[in-house]
Every structure is written in C-alpha cells, then in structure tokens.
Design a protein around this ligand. Structure first.
Ligand code: C2E
Ligand code: MG
Ligand code: MG
Ligand code: MG
Length: 284
C-alpha cells in the first residue's frame, strides 16, 4: 500500500512534469512562429539624467503578445529561446531593430541599450551581429550600449576579457546589468572594460525606508563611489518614487530608470516622451 501510494505520487509527478514540458514545447514552437511572423516588438524605456530628468538614452525591451495567452514575460520567453539557437536569431533581430529605431529617432539619433543573453555572449555571431546592426542602421557605434550580466561573465566558457575588448574595439558601450544580484566580484570591475554599472532595482526599492533602507543606502552609496573612482558611470534601475530619486541625486548617481519616469513604451509613444508629459507609476 505504501509503495503503491509512492508509485501514484511518482506517476502523478511525472504527468505534471510532462505537462509542463509539453506546454514549454508548444510555447517554444509558438515563439518560433511569432518571430517568423514578426509578432515580436520592442518597447523602449527612458534612462534620464538624474538631476534634470532629461532623456539620456532608451533601453530596448522585447515584447511578445500571444494571440490567446496575452502578454508573456520576456523572462519566460527569453529563457525558452535560450534553450536553442533561436535566441541567436532573436538577439540578432533585436540588435538590428533597436539600432534602426535609434538611428531614425525624431530629432536625431538616440543612445540605445540592448540586452545580450548568455548564449549570445558565448557565440562568435554576437560581434558580427553588432557590426551588422551598426552598418545597416548607420547608428554611430558609441550610441549602442550592450547590457551584460555578472552571471554570464562569470560562467562564460570564453575568454571574457578578450570578448569584451573585441566589442569595445567596435566603439560600443558596455554595461553591467542587474549589478549586485549575480556573482558579484570587485576584481572584474578592474579587469573588464565596462562603461556603465546598472544597480539592480532590489537595492533601489528600499531606499528611504527604515528597515532595509539603511543597508541598501550604504550599498548604493559605496557602489556609486567605487564606480566613479574607476571612471564608470552609474544607472539606478527600478526608480519608482520621487523620494528614491532625491536620494539617488544626493548620492551622485548619474542616470535613473524606472516607473517614476516611465514604464517601457511602444515606439510611437517613446519618441515623443518627455519627463512630466504623461502619467507616472504606470505598469507596462
Ligand atoms: P532588465 O534588462 O533588467 O530590464 C529591466 C526590467 O525591469 C524590465 O522588465 C522593465 O520593464 C522593468 N522595470 C523598469 N522599471 C521598473 C520599475 O520601476 N519597477 C519595476 N518593478 N520594474 C521595472 P521586462 O521588460 O519584463 O524585462 C525583464 C528582463 O527580460 C530584462 O531585465 C532582461 O533581462 C530580459 N529582456 C528583455 N528584453 C530582452 C531582449 O531583447 N534580449 C534579452 N536577452 N533579454 C531581454
Ligand atoms: Mg537591461
Ligand atoms: Mg536590469
Ligand atoms: Mg534583468
């Protein structure tokens, strides 16, 4: 009886696992199809100068609205795409599309940040895709920023310094995204040719609050000081309140990004965006 119960549990578990996998397979096939049918689009979120609130750059963020399931989080579908070379095709397209939109920005080309995935970073295609996107769009290289994460650098099978230097040789900017959430190591701030640190929003969230706020304040303050000593610019991610902004301005943070200024927007809205010109604190 005992073993039968165990057996049932196992088979029910198998069935659940099977269902999860089946759903993932279906979703991956649908993602592939959506990509071919040009149903993936980019949203753009402003990065602003901390003091003035004026636009410095935009971050391109991928969006997929599934015809039946609705909006699917990029964290979910990027992870799916990462399981195969599909991410290389999607990533190449994101680079081209982001550069093209940034080059055609009304009022003149704008700086654009593009997220790079771990599998892309492992592939020699990345450099070609970056070069191709710049050539096809005509965007000046210094207006393209590639966002990398600590984890992809620390777990990479490639010679990370060499890859980063090859990218820097194209004259693009390199940013470290979600700083403080991965295998943080102060050693690589020295070794890697980084232009920007993006402090993860988990450290920004508590600023100005009693409980975790004091510790976060210390972390953010010293991160900014350290980055500046090394000649690295600092972006605070996930700024949602005026108080957080005030604190970050006081700490000397260079750039801010978050719902306080704007959620990611479709291109048509992003090109006319100015701080104070629309509703704030709205979710994408
Ligand atoms: P990320 O690169 O760290 O992007 C910032 C994420 O934080 C975005 O989520 C953005 O909508 C969200 N965000 C911005 N401001 C706020 C705020 O004030 N509060 C809160 N709670 N969230 C805020 P999103 O668009 O869902 O993207 C999630 C992640 O998916 C990105 O994190 C990035 O890692 C990945 N991703 C998105 N687009 C791409 C892409 O084209 N390629 C790759 N490889 N990854 C992408
Ligand atoms: Mg990012
Ligand atoms: Mg981030
Ligand atoms: Mg992230």
């Amino acid at each position: 009886r005992q073993s039968k119960q165990l057996g049932q549990t196992i088979s029910r578990y198998d069935a659940e696992e099977y269902a999860v996998e089946l759903t993932a397979m279906t979703l991956e096939a649908e993602l592939r199809q959506a990509f071919i049918n040009r149903q993936l689009v980019l949203a753009f979120q402003p990065l602003v100068h901390a003091r003035s609130g004026s636009l410095k750059a935009v971050e391109a963020l991928l969006r997929w609205t599934h015809p039946q399931r609705g909006a699917i989080s990029p964290q979910v579908f990027i992870a799916l795409a990462e399981q195969s070379d599909l991410i290389l095709d999607i990533g190449g397209w994101v680079l081209r599309e982001a550069c093209q939109q940034a080059a055609a920005w009304p009022g003149g080309p704008v700086q654009v940040s593009v997220n790079v995935s771990a599998r892309q970073f492992e592939s020699p295609r990345l450099k070609e895709d970056v070069l191709n996107a710049l050539l096809v769009s005509g965007l000046p290289a210094h207006l393209l920023e590639l966002e990398l994460t600590e984890n992809m650098l620390m777990t990479s099978g490639r010679d990370v310094v060499d890859v980063l230097e090859q990218l820097k040789a194209l004259n693009v900017r390199l940013a470290l995204d979600d700083f403080g959430t991965g295998y943080s190591s102060l050693a690589y701030l020295n070794r890697f040719p980084l232009d920007v640190l993006k402090i993860d929003r988990s450290f920004i969230q508590g600023l100005g609050l009693e409980t975790y706020g004091q510790k976060n304040l210390a972390i953010v303050r010293s991160t900014i000081a350290l980055a500046h000593e090394l000649g690295i610019e600092v972006v605070a991610e996930g700024v949602e309140t005026g108080l957080q902004r005030e604190i970050l301005v006081a700490l000397g943070c260079d750039l801010l990004q978050g719902y306080f200024f704007s959620a990611p927007m479709p291109l048509e809205k992003a090109v006319t965006w100015r701080f104070g010109s629309g509703p704030r604190l709205t979710q994408p």
